[in-house]
Ligand binder design. Structure first.
Ligand SMILES: Nc1nc2c(ncn2[C@@H]2O[C@H](COP(=O)(O)OP(=O)(O)O)[C@@H](O)[C@H]2O)c(=O)[nH]1
Ligand SMILES: [Mg+2]
Length: 246
């Protein structure tokens, strides 16, 4: 049995959280638990998460952050806590389940059969026969952004921003999550930039696997607005400067 802890960042998720879906996750050959990080929510999220934990403490844990710090820091704090556990893999997964849990076995299969892979990232590739639905504006802005990101990183990565990623737990992972990220919006890019700094570009490229998901859908209630695209561009500029080869 291999073990996975999934970190779920939660900001005002009381109404969106599909509790039944979290209760029913099971993947053959894997022991899966959840670490919810409440990111200073102002609604009843904390109460909801605590009731889940009390119902099944072996499966659900809660890390409560008093102040809202953004997804990047919420995920990071969750990873720092999860690193202390005796688990093989640590992942993060958006609370709205835009990527449904039916995709999770695919992530674990790759990590099991390919020991050189450190990161499996969901990729939203709109191919016929798949259900990838994003609002058109988000799709096109997303593709422009993805192209800029890929050229900044110097890696042929297709989609850094899907909210479903699973990592192999090791010293490199500990290092990557040790310090706060610069970007509140596109910290996923920084994660890759940190692997590139640690391992070198070629080794980093060889350690990442992009898994085209079968299903992904925009979930209403997203808190990301269109001006966030401009913020993301600004963050990308900062990331480029900060992670320049030394
Ligand atoms: N927007 C937002 N999301 C946060 C924050 N902190 C944690 N999250 C979580 O980050 C994930 C993605 O948020 P979502 O609003 O669905 O963003 P989108 O899908 O990228 O539009 C969810 O699990 C949120 O609960 C925060 O400060 N703002
Ligand atoms: Mg979402």
């Amino acid at each position: 049995m291999s073990r996975l802890t999934l970190v779920i960042p939660c900001y005002n998720e009381e109404k969106r959280l599909d509790v039944a879906a979290f209760r029913s996750v099971a993947v053959d050959g894997h022991d899966i638990d959840f670490l919810f990080v409440n990111d200073g929510s102002r609604d009843g999220t904390l109460r909801l998460l605590e009731s889940l934990r009390d119902e099944d403490p072996a499966r659900f844990a809660v890390l409560n952050l008093e102040r809202n710090g953004g997804k990047a820091e919420a995920v990071r704090r969750g990873f720092v806590a999860a690193m202390e556990r005796d688990v093989d893999y640590i992942g993060f997964w958006d609370a709205d389940l835009a990527t449904p849990f039916t995709e999770l076995p695919g992530f674990l299969d790759i990590l099991e059969v390919r020991p050189a892979i450190q990161i499996v990232m969901g990729a939203r590739v709109r191919l016929l026969g798949r259900e990838i639905s994003r609002r058109p504006a988000r799709h096109y802005f997303g593709r422009v952004g993805a192209t800029l990101i890929s050229s900044s990183l110097g890696l042929a990565v297709y989609d850094t921003q899907c909210g479903a990623k699973v990592f192999r737990r090791n010293d490199a992972l500990r290092e990557v999550f040790a310090r706060p990220f610069i970007s509140r919006w596109i910290f996923d890019v920084e994660i890759i930039a940190r692997y590139v700094q640690l391992l070198g570009r070629d080794a980093a490229a060889a350690s990442i696997y992009e898994l085209p998901v079968m299903r992904w859908h925009d979930v209403t209630g997203s808190k990301v607005k269109s001006h966030d695209f401009l913020r993301a561009l600004n963050d990308l500029r900062k990331i480029k400067a900060a992670y320049r080869k030394r």
